[in-house]
Design a protein around this ligand. Sequence first.
Ligand SMILES: CC(C)(COP(=O)(O)OP(=O)(O)OC[C@H]1O[C@@H](n2cnc3c(N)ncnc32)[C@H](O)[C@@H]1OP(=O)(O)O)[C@@H](O)C(=O)NCCC(=O)NCCS
Length: 242
Amino acid sequence: MSPASDETKPAMIQHARDGDDEADALPCLSEIVQMFYNGWSEAMAFNRPVGFASRSTRPCYEPGMESAIMTSHTVIAPAGVTFRRLTVDDLDLLREIRAEALQKYPQSFGTLEEDQGGDAMVAAYRHWLSDTILGAFEGQTLVGTAGFYVAPDKRSQHRGHIFTVYVRDTSRGKGVGDRLIKELLALAEPRVEQVHLAVVLTATAAIKTYKRNGFEIYGTDPRAIRIGDVTYDKYLMMKKFR
Ligand SMILES: CC(C)(COP(=O)(O)OP(=O)(O)OC[C@H]1O[C@@H](n2cnc3c(N)ncnc32)[C@H](O)[C@@H]1OP(=O)(O)O)[C@@H](O)C(=O)NCCC(=O)NCCS
């Protein structure tokens, strides 16, 4: 396999989508990561900085993976983890991971519909799944989520919001959360001018991940949440695309 020249890259992406043999010879994201784990020399044979999986890579279409994500930005995939957009068929998986998040981090997660439970909660999840929720999978197990929406108000169509960012304990610290945010931002950028989120001050890993992806703190929402006798402040964070 030899690296593609810059001039031929866009065409190769198109060919890769069409199943062209030559383009199929290009590495996809997870293959590059595998090379990284195998050793620098193999990775460098591609004449491309490891970890900078660029437009010249083909998307990793896994069998049965309907909505593989084609990235056009710098991103490195954690080994053994696949990413795709969730659909209404993933309702049970979403319910399960959200239940865990709600139980472990009530200060970070929770909506009126989830407090109500039952049909109201299921309807809310179906609504979320009809928009943008990304999932990270290890095998068939959903290990992480990150959601994006734009509020319906006409006057705030330039702003997007990130929510339900969660990675299971066993999959943390290897970049799954980081990759979820990067993928979400790539989807958000053509749609909005800026992205907002709110995060409790105690969620240090989350704050790190957001800052690493260009979010800045623009305010503090004091005592945003009360659970029993304890109150939690939230940082308001924003990333501007333009
Ligand atoms: C925030 C969260 C999604 C990050 O997921 P992740 O897959 O661990 O993300 P990353 O691998 O990109 O790690 C983020 C940072 O936290 C560190 N970290 C996260 N979990 C860790 C662990 N178990 N052990 C050591 N370090 C850990 C990472 O090293 C990284 O720090 P760095 O920037 O100094 O390298 C995850 O910690 C989580 O679900 N937290 C609880 C829920 C929450 O707070 N959600 C945010 C709601 S707004």
